[in-house]
Design a protein around this ligand. Structure first.
Ligand code: DLL
Length: 433
C-alpha cells in the first residue's frame, strides 16, 4: 500500500498544481522585486516588471540566476526578509572561499522538513520507525533536513551524523533502526562493514534507505539492497533551494517526484537557455515559489536530467525527474562533498607548485577515493624521500582544509604528467556511476 505524508498535495490534480504555481509565482516575483535590489535590477535590465508575470507560462521571460550571482551577493544580499526574521543558515559543502549561504525563516524550515517527511513516508517510514540519520549535520543540509523530516513523521530519530562506522553499526543493531539516511556510498560502506562482521541481510533490522547527495547507479542500488536487506530510495536536493527533499523516489522507482507545490522545474538547453519540452535532456532550472528568506528565481542547477509527466502508479501527480545524469560544469561530488578542480589548483599555486596536476577519482569498495598527482617544479625537485614525504603531507593537510575531505597526494617528477594539445585533462574519474 502506498503511503503519503500530505496526500491532498502529493496527489493533487494538474489543474490544482498549476493554480498553486501560478499564484505563488506571481507573489514570489513581487516579493523579490520589492525586497531584493539585485533581482529588481536584473528584471529591469531584462525589461520586465512584476505585472508582466501572470503565471507559470510567463516564467521563461524572467532572467536566470546562477551560482556566480549567489557568490557575488555573499553572504546575505539576496535575502528577501529582515535578518531578524531568519532563524538558520545552511551552506554548500566545499566551494571556494565564498561559499553559498542559504537563509531560512522558521516557515521555510517547516516547509523544507515537510518535503523531507514526504520522502520518508514514501519510503515507508511511520511513527513506529527508528530513523538513523547518518548524513552530516552542521552546515551540510543532509543531516538537519532528514532529521526535521523524521521528527515530522514522528519516527524515533537517531542523529548519528556521518562517520564513526563502529558506532553507526552499534546503534543500528542496538536501537533496531529500520530506516537509514546517508549518502549511497556510505550506505554501501556500512553494508560491507556489517558483512565483514558476519551480519547478513536477515540479521539487519533496516528495511529502507534514503540515499542521495551524489550520483549512484542502479547496480549500486542493487548491491546496497542486497547487503543490507532493504529497499533503497533516491532523494535529490540542493542547498540553494533548501536541501534534500526537492525531489524523492516513490515505490515505483522510475524517477523522482519534484515537490511542485514548492518548486517549479524547467529543463533548458544549457547552451542557448531555451526551455526544452518534457522528455528532452537538458539542464534543470528551479524557481522556489514558497521560500521567503532566500527565494531563487530560475536558478540554474548545472544538473542534467529529463522530466516526465507520465502517470505514476503510486498515485502522486507531481512531475518526475530522472536521476541527475551529469553536470554542465566540472564539479565533482566526492563522498558527498562538492569539489571543484579550481580549489585544488588554488592550494597548489599557493604552496609554490604550478598548475600541472591530475585528479584521479575512483570508487574502491563502494567508497570514493581522491588522488592528486602533482608535478614538482624543477626548483622544488628532489629525490630525497624524507623531503618528498614532508611535502606530500603539507599538501594533504592544505587540501583537507580547503576541501573538507581527505585527498591522497603523490608528488611526481617535473614534466611527467602528459600535456594535452587541447584542454588539459585534469580529472580522471574512473567511477562507474
Ligand atoms: O547534496 C542536498 C542533499 C542532501 C540531497 C542529502 C540529498 C540528500 P548540496 O551539497 O548543495 O546539497 O549539493 C547539491 O548534489 O546539484 C547535485 O549535483 C548533487 N545531488 C544531490 N542529490 C543527488 C542525487 C545536497 N540524488 C548537488 N543524485 C546537486 C545525484 C545529487 N546527484
Amino acid at each position: 500500500m502506498e503511503n503519503y505524508y500530505q496526500k491532498d498535495i502529493e496527489c493533487a490534480s494538474s489543474d490544482q498544481i498549476k493554480k498553486w504555481q501560478d499564484e505563488r509565482l506571481v507573489a514570489q516575483v513581487k516579493h523579490v522585486w520589492d525586497n531584493v535590489p539585485y533581482y529588481k535590477k536584473m528584471m529591469e535590465d531584462a525589461g520586465i516588471t512584476p505585472e508582466d508575470i501572470k503565471g507559470r507560462d510567463d516564467l521563461c521571460r524572467l532572467p536566470f540566476i546562477t551560482k556566480a550571482d549567489l557568490r557575488e551577493n555573499y553572504p546575505d544580499k539576496l535575502v528577501a526578509v529582515p535578518l531578524k526574521d531568519c532563524v538558520r543558515i545552511q551552506s554548500t559543502s566545499g566551494t571556494t572561499g565564498k561559499r553559498v549561504v542559504a537563509y531560512y525563516t522558521q516557515e521555510d524550515i517547516d516547509l523544507w522538513e515537510d518535503c523531507c517527511a514526504r520522502a520518508l513516508v514514501a519510503a515507508g517510514a511511520t511513527d513506529e520507525d527508528v530513523v538513523q540519520v547518518s548524513y552530516g549535520y552542521g552546515l551540510f543540509t543532509g543531516g538537519p533536513g532528514l532529521n526535521g523530516g523524521s521528527h515530522k513523521v514522528g519516527s524515533l530519530t537517531v542523529p548519528t551524523s556521518s562517520g564513526n562506522t563502529e558506532r553507526q553499526i552499534m546503534f543500528i543493531n542496538d536501537l533496531k533502526a529500520t530506516v537509514l539516511c546517508c549518502t549511497p556510498s556510505y550506505a554501501a560502506y556500512l553494508g560491507e562493514s556489517m558483512k565483514e562482521k558476519g551480519q547478513g541481510p536477515e540479521d539487519i533490522s533496516l528495511k529502507a534507505g534514503i540515499f542521495g547527495a551524489e550520483a549512484w547507479s542502479e547496480e549500486m542500488r542493487r548491491d546496497i539492497e542486497k547487503t543490507l536487506g532493504i529497499k533503497a530510495y533516491d532523494i535529490y536536493g540542493l542547498t540553494e533551494l533548501s536541501g534534500p527533499g526537492v525531489a524523492f523516489e516513490c515505490s515505483e522507482q522510475t524517477g523522482l517526484h519534484i515537490n511542485e507545490d514548492h518548486f517549479i522545474a524547467e529543463v533548458i538547453d544549457p547552451d542557448t537557455g531555451e526551455p526544452l519540452p518534457d522528455g528532452e535532456k537538458g539542464e534543470l532550472v528551479f524557481t522556489s515559489i514558497t521560500k521567503k528568506a532566500f527565494p531563487l528565481i530560475r536558478y540554474r542547477t548545472r544538473d542534467i536530467c529529463v522530466l516526465s509527466r507520465e502517470k505514476c502508479s503510486c498515485g502522486r501527480t507531481h512531475v518526475k525527474m530522472t536521476k541527475p545524469l551529469g553536470r554542465t560544469d566540472d564539479m565533482l561530488i566526492i563522498r558527498g562533498v562538492n569539489v571543484f578542480p579550481s580549489q585544488i589548483e588554488t592550494v597548489l599555486l599557493k604552496l609554490g607548485y604550478q598548475a600541472n596536476y591530475q585528479i584521479i577519482v575512483d570508487r574502491v569498495n563502494n567508497a570514493d577515493t581522491l588522488d592528486v598527482h602533482v608535478e614538482m617544479t624543477p626548483e622544488i625537485f628532489t629525490d630525497n624521500l624524507g623531503e618528498i614525504t614532508n611535502r606530500q603531507k603539507e599538501l594533504m593537510e592544505a587540501l583537507r582544509s580547503m576541501l573538507g575531505i581527505k585527498a591522497d597526494v603523490t608528488l611526481v617528477a617535473p614534466k611527467s604528467i602528459i600535456r594535452s594539445e587541447g584542454k588539459a585533462v585534469r580529472v580522471i574519474d574512473n567511477r562507474k556511476i
